[in-house]
Every structure is written in C-alpha cells, then in structure tokens.
Write a protein that binds this ligand. Structure first.
Ligand SMILES: Nc1ncnc2c1ncn2[C@@H]1O[C@H](COP(=O)(O)OP(=O)(O)OP(=O)(O)O)[C@@H](O)[C@H]1O
Ligand SMILES: [Mg+2]
Length: 305
C-alpha cells in the first residue's frame, strides 16, 4: 500500500509538487517534513514550503526558517525550507496591489484592501511565486488546515474574476480619465499567474494532493468534504495517509489500547471502502512525538521504504 503512494510522488523528469492537507493536528507537518527529508536523503533536490502562520517548521528543524528566502536545512543535504507567514506576505502583496490601484483609489481601493480574505490572497500570491520558480526536483507544501486551504485555493477563482471585472471597468474608466492602461497590465499578469498556478495544482502527475487523517469519525467526514471541495476546484486528491494507527503488536493485553484499536479497525474499513479509488498509506502511532530529524527519518522509512 505504501509502495503505491511512493510511486505517485517520485519525480520523473519534471518538478513534483507534493501538497499535504487535512484537519488540524492530524499530522500534516509530520508527514510533509518526513516526506521532504526522505526525498532529500534519496538525492532529490527538495524544498519544503509551509504556509502555516505558526513556527512549526522552524520548531521541527530547530532553526529559524523565514519567508523571504529558502534556508538550507542543517544535517539534511539537498533540503531547503521556507515558511511563508501570511502576515508578512500581506505586506508585500498589499504593496503591489496598492501601487496598481493607488491611481484608482476612489473607485475600488478600500473595498479590496479590507477584504477578510486578504491574508489568504497574499499567502496564495507568495505560494504562486514558488510554483513559478521551481528549481527543485520536489517541492513539498505543508499547508494549513483544510478549511483554510480550501479558501486559499478557492480565492484565486474569485480573484481572477474580480481582476477581470476591474480590468474591464478600469480600462473604461481610465479612458474616461485619460489615464494610460499600463497599470492594468500588472493586474492582467497576476490573473494569468493565478490561473497558471491553479492549472499546476490540478495537473497530474506533476502535482500530488494528499490528505492526512486519523481513523476516526470527524476526520473521515472532513476528508470527504475536502475531497469534494477540491474536486470542484479541479484539484483531484490522489492519496491519503492514515496517521496514528495502533499496531496489534503494541497492545500486549492493554484493554484501553485494544478498545481504541478495535474502533480504529472499524474506521479503517470505512476508509478502505469510501476512498477505494485513492492511494492509501498507514502510519503507526509512535511512542513519542515527531520533533527531531532522526524520528522524521524513521517516519519517512515507514511511509516510503
Ligand atoms: N504517528 C504519530 N505518532 C505519534 N505522534 C505523532 C504522530 N503523528 C503526529 N504526531 C504528533 O502529533 C502532533 C501534531 O502533529 P502535526 O504538527 O504534524 O499536525 P498538523 O496536522 O501539522 O497540525 P496543525 O493543524 O496544527 O498544523 C505533533 O506533536 C506530532 O509530533
Ligand atoms: Mg502543521
């Protein structure tokens, strides 16, 4: 089973984009970083990108990872990290947006700037920049929880439509006001960039979207709705990693563990039937957390060896 998921992810010529999503706390960062370390250890030039506002990536590798440039990860050759902070991204993005719309401020400036989705738009904008400059064999994205990921991904659709409208209306207005239409070239370029990014996200086999879940009721339901939501955006989910599975050999007569394992077995069956068209991989519940490179390497072996 784990062999199948590996075949989806190994790059053959073109850069591979590996996305990991899922409900909060199910193990996205664990699986994404273990994947990145595994590919780097196997000789692939790898970048791990996080769009999580927390410092989880820095904490995992025990070094500061920021959003302005890729940082080589210590003790793992071939691996670089980047943490796009939505708050910083917002600044850069707003700057660009403002320079374009500044001339038209009275028309549509303030509405756009105050949209509650500004952070998602800005994060996506940074995200797109990395899709545009692939200089790695593998780029692994540790995304934020499902709902937010979906909004981020849904955003450029509205955003593209919004830009289209602004471009059309703006051009008319610009003509009336005797302004040049150069400002709109930037907007048009952004729109094209977002459309290209989405086509990369939905493009098999270049991009692989994997959801991480636990063998429990709510994560299964969330996984189902994430699959449906992403599908609507033209992004097929191709693989699942079922995390924190209790292996029979650790139960050793412990009734508590045996009861949990029994419950998990029922949900595993449900996962097998409900998601039978996706590649599936299992990761056992470990007796420790995953917070250092040697444990990440062990997790990578469990997932891909
Ligand atoms: N198989 C496992 N066995 C033991 N501990 C695990 C396992 N997988 C993940 N963990 C631990 O569970 C916690 C949550 O994992 P992680 O941070 O990877 O989840 P996440 O989905 O990225 O969370 P968030 O939604 O907050 O970003 C971490 O402390 C991690 O070490
Ligand atoms: Mg995380």
């Amino acid at each position: 089973m784990n062999e199948d998921i590996k075949h989806l992810m190994v790059p053959e010529g073109a850069t591979k984009y590996l996305f990991f999503g899922g409900k909060g706390g199910v193990g996205k960062t664990t699986v994404a970083t273990a994947t990145a370390v595994w590919f780097a250890d196997h000789g692939y030039k790898t970048t791990i990108v996080s769009t999580d506002p927390t410092v989880s990536l820095s904490a995992m590798f025990g070094q500061e990872i920021k959003g302005d440039a890729r940082v080589p990860i210590r003790h793992v050759s071939n691996l670089c990290g980047l943490n796009i902070n939505p708050n910083d991204a917002k600044g850069v993005f707003l700057g660009r947006l403002n320079s374009v719309i500044g001339q038209m401020a009275g028309t549509f400036g303030s509405d756009v700037v105050s949209t509650p989705c500004m952070e998602e738009m800005a994060t996506f904008d940074q995200f797109v920049t990395f899709l545009e400059e692939p200089d790695s064999d593998v780029i692994v994205f540790d995304t934020a929880p499902t709902g937010k990921t979906l909004r981020e991904l849904a955003m450029p659709f509205n955003w593209a439509g919004f830009l289209q409208k602004q471009i059309q209306e703006g051009k008319k207005l610009a003509q009336m006001m005797n302004m040049g239409s150069n400002s709109f070239e930037d907007l048009e370029r952004d729109k094209r960039r977002y459309e290209e990014a989405l086509s990369i996200l939905g493009n098999r086999p270049t991009a692989v979207f994997t959801l991480v879940l636990l063998p429990e009721r709510l994560p299964i339901e969330e996984t189902q709705s994430a699959i449906t939501g992403l599908d609507r955006l033209g992004i097929p989910v191709q693989a699942l990693v079922v995390n924190q599975c209790i292996l029979p050999e650790v139960i050793e007569g412990n009734r508590f563990l045996a009861a949990r394992a029994k419950l998990q077995a029922r949900y595993m069956e449900e996962i097998e039937t409900r998601f039978s068209d996706l590649k599936r991989s299992r990761l056992p519940l470990l007796d420790r957390d995953v917070s250092d490179i040697s444990t990440l390497r062990q997790v990578g072996e469990m997932l891909y060896a």
